[in-house]
Design a protein around this ligand. Structure first.
Ligand code: 13P
Length: 461
């Protein structure tokens, strides 16, 4: 059990110039750093999340741990990855509308049916993350008219579910966010398990803005505490939690800064999960690949090999070997870039970590994908909402999954099945602003979600 004094004693002040001026949860912080005020995401909430997480983690039986570890290892299998098809109603709606389609329940259902129906999907995917609405929808083209979780299970693809309810700005750092959805998380997880889900996802978001000294330490701390409580809650309900501290690619920062922030965020996350004694063998990590910010100058951008090297280096430094799998998000890369980078990461992972230790060849985790946009964008473009395109779009979905499954093995050779000719898939402010209502659960109202102030110069998604 973690007590409050232990937590406070263990707080450390950051020495990184990226976060020296931001608020921090720590009472032992540098005197110049303002303290985060009490709020649903302030100091009290931080301690509450940690203590609740520790309580739940301590109650996990060996039998429950075995079941979780079995699922996690089923998800993190060689030559397989995850399809992230868990976009909330507003996020998917934005993409449907941009494609000239309506954002109604039937269109969302029909689109998801295209994504989930390829007969060989289970040869490339170990799991698919669904939105809560999708768990209760049927595959109407399936001869048995099964619900999506049953259809996926029949192909050997484990169904998972997004359990967070989107982002909300921090009172003490308004351009940063924490994640909503803690209120009735236990009940929702129990319900999702009963509906067939076997794993879950919770997306925390960290923003880099060097001029504004972001991210703040406090932002990383509250998001880590939420991730720890989410993870322990899921595990108590039999769901393997995917821990996702996404560092946004928005901004002009260098790859070096991105790497530094990634390492800091992963340290905070795994420090916090360790404080709560979350069962790491029954979790997966979902990070981004490390590359320069999307607005960084194009000249001098590092080669893909450099991104793969930095990504692997940060993971090797910060992710405990007990975690069975690291599944990357695609984060706005083009479909082809995401596949090529995953391929490079896996090729590099087979080589020695350091020329000074030639025998250190293996990575302790499966390095795979949990792509959203880069497994879907060509499918949506091909389907175009028309039933006559269903078969063709389903083939594209299968081909994208196959290319990335090959990349998981480091054996992708192309040509890439993308139909988008290198089109950027970058979106700004996903999950907040006009998208803040990520709901679908009962616990938090999605109507009239908190208005946020998007960073200057950016449009709310
Ligand atoms: P992208 O692959 O589109 O970045 O999305 C994955 C995801 O689930 C982010 O939370």
């Amino acid at each position: 059990m973690v007590d409050r004094r232990t937590i406070l004693r263990c707080q450390i002040s950051s020495s990184s110039p990226v976060f020296t001026r931001g608020p921090t949860m720590s009472t032992a912080s540098p005197s110049s750093a303002p303290q985060a005020p009490a709020s649903s995401h302030g100091l009290e909430a931080y301690h509450l999340h940690l203590m609740e997480a520790a309580k739940l983690a301590a109650q996990l039986t060996q039998h429950q741990k075995n079941a979780l570890e079995t699922i996690a290892n089923q998800m993190a299998r060689p030559g397989r990855g995850l399809l992230a098809a868990d976009e909330s109603v507003p996020t998917l709606g934005k993409r449907l509308v941009a494609a000239g389609l309506v954002n109604d329940e039937e269109t969302r259902r029909a689109y998801r049916e295209v994504l989930f129906s390829h007969p060989d999907l289970g040869e490339y995917l170990s799991g698919a993350i669904l939105f809560s609405e999708t768990l209760g929808q049927k595959a109407v083209k399936d001869a048995e008219g099964r619900l999506f979780p049953a259809l996926l299970q029949s192909k050997g693809v484990l169904p998972g579910v997004k359990v967070d309810l989107g982002l909300e700005p921090l009172e003490y750092s308004a351009r940063e966010t924490h994640t909503k959805g803690m209120n009735d998380l236990m009940e929702r997880c129990q319900e999702f398990y009963a509906q067939g889900a076997r794993f879950a996802k919770w997306r925390a978001v960290i923003r880099i803005d060097e001029a504004a000294n972001l991210p703040t330490r406090a932002c990383m701390q509250i998001n880590s505490a939420e991730l720890a409580r989410y993870a322990a809650t899921c595990q108590a309900c039999g769901l393997v939690p995917i821990v996702e501290p996404e560092i946004l690619i928005e901004g002009a920062h260098s790859a070096e800064t991105f790497a530094r922030v990634t390492e800091a965020a992963l340290s905070e996350v795994y420090y916090t999960l360790a404080q709560a004694k979350v069962f790491l063998e029954g979790t997966l990590l979902k990070p981004q690949m490390i590359m320069p910010g999307v607005d960084s100058p194009s000249e001098g951008r590092p080669r893909p090999e450099e991104a793969a090297r930095r990504t692997l280096e940060a993971l090797r430094r910060r992710v405990p070997p007990a975690v069975p799998g690291v599944v990357f998000l695609s984060g706005g890369q083009t479909e082809e870039q995401a596949t090529q980078n995953l391929n490079l990461i896996n090729q590099l992972a087979k080589r020695p970590a350091s020329p000074f230790r030639p025998s250190s060849t293996t990575c302790p985790w499966i390095l795979s994908f949990s792509f959203g946009r880069s497994l879907q964008a060509s499918v949506l473009a091909t389907w175009d909402g028309k039933d006559k395109n269903y078969e063709k779009a389903m083939e594209v979905a299968g081909a994208l999954a196959k290319a990335n499954a090959q990349a998981q093995l480091g054996e992708y050779q192309g040509p890439h099945p993308s139909v988008l000719k290198g089109q950027s898939l970058h979106e700004t402010n996903r999950g907040w602003g006009a998208n803040a209502g990520e709901g679908g659960g009962k616990g938090e109202s999605t109507a009239g979600a908190t208005a946020t102030v998007p960073p200057s110069g950016e449009t709310a998604a």
